[in-house]
Design a protein around this ligand. Structure first.
Ligand code: NAP
Length: 244
């Protein structure tokens, strides 16, 4: 029998992240539920366990160096390693912020969103990298969004909606960072890809969107479970490749 796979999903207490954890758990994986709030984390872990997932709670605030370092130590101690990292946690605004159009956006909003959506991914990835390097089939999945695609944003005739200078640009920034990780780690066996869940009804969208969190999670689960000869350096949704 092959060794049980270990995954960490950031922001796994609700929404798409929770369903990624549930989906990997249903495959028999052991899943670290990365979440910053103890009550929400415990509730999610209990629910996942009740559904048969081998879940364990990982206290994790992706904006906090000490929290991320402690999360890596906890995973090493409790699971003995890590095969797959799903960078899912993100925010799309801060309480009381102004509209995110470039001419109105509060710089503090941009800073907060980038801290979570981009620097948070770098912080968590670098902390988990030593364990991923030791895995036989390591994967990194960054949850991005097609709204972050510069190609789609600049293609005449494609309407990407309003231009949120903070959230949208944070996903463009994340895409650029993902490409740089792919280049630097090209001599390793780590497959690194980005996924777009599609417009999904979660807290994030005020429950607007025609996709369920389970549907939104499907692309991350596919990228987390790629075979060893699977793609790396790609950006995908359920329909196929998304242009960077
Ligand atoms: P969600 O329901 O709001 O969930 C976001 C998760 O991130 C929550 O668990 C939240 O935890 C966590 N989080 C936020 N800041 C964090 C921090 N500093 N440290 C740790 N965890 C933190 O959103 P979602 O719709 O599932 O979105 C998940 C991912 O999909 C995001 O990357 C988002 O950009 C992407 N996405 C979503 C859509 C969509 O239509 N929903 C479309 C494209 C891409 P708390 O509960 O503690 O706040």
């Amino acid at each position: 029998m092959s060794k049980e796979k270990i995954a960490l999903v950031t922001g796994a207490n609700k929404g798409i992240g929770y369903e990624v954890a549930a989906g990997l758990g249903a495959l028999g994986w052991r899943v670290g539920v990365g979440a910053r709030d103890q009550t929400r984390r415990d509730t999610a872990v209990e629910k996942l366990r009740a559904a048969g997932t081998d879940a364990f709670g990982v206290p994790l605030d992706v904006t906090d160096d000490a929290s991320v370092a402690a999360a890596a130590e906890l995973i090493a101690a409790q699971a003995g390693g890590l095969d797959v990292l799903v960078n899912n946690a993100a925010i799309n605004g801060v309480t009381g912020d102004t509209p995110q159009t470039p001419t109105t956006v509060d710089p503090a909003t941009v800073r907060a969103i980038v801290e979570t959506n981009v620097i948070g991914v770098i912080r968590v990835t670098n902390a988990m990298l030593p364990m991923l390097r030791s895995s036989a089939s390591p994967r990194i999945v960054n949850i991005s969004s097609s709204v972050g695609s510069l190609t789609l944003q600049t293609t005449p005739g494609i309407d990407m909606g309003p231009v949120p200078a903070a959230y949208l640009a944070s996903k463009t920034f994340l895409n650029a960072v993902t490409v740089q990780y792919v280049k630097e780690l090209s001599d390793t066996n780590i497959l690194i890809n980005s996924g777009c869940p599609g417009l999904t009804a979660t807290d994030f969208t005020g429950f607007y969107g025609d996709r369920t969190p389970q549907q939104g999670a499907a692309i991350a689960i596919r990228l987390a479970t790629l075979p060893d000869d699977g793609p790396t350096g790609g950006f995908f949704n359920d329909a196929g490749a998304v242009p960077w």
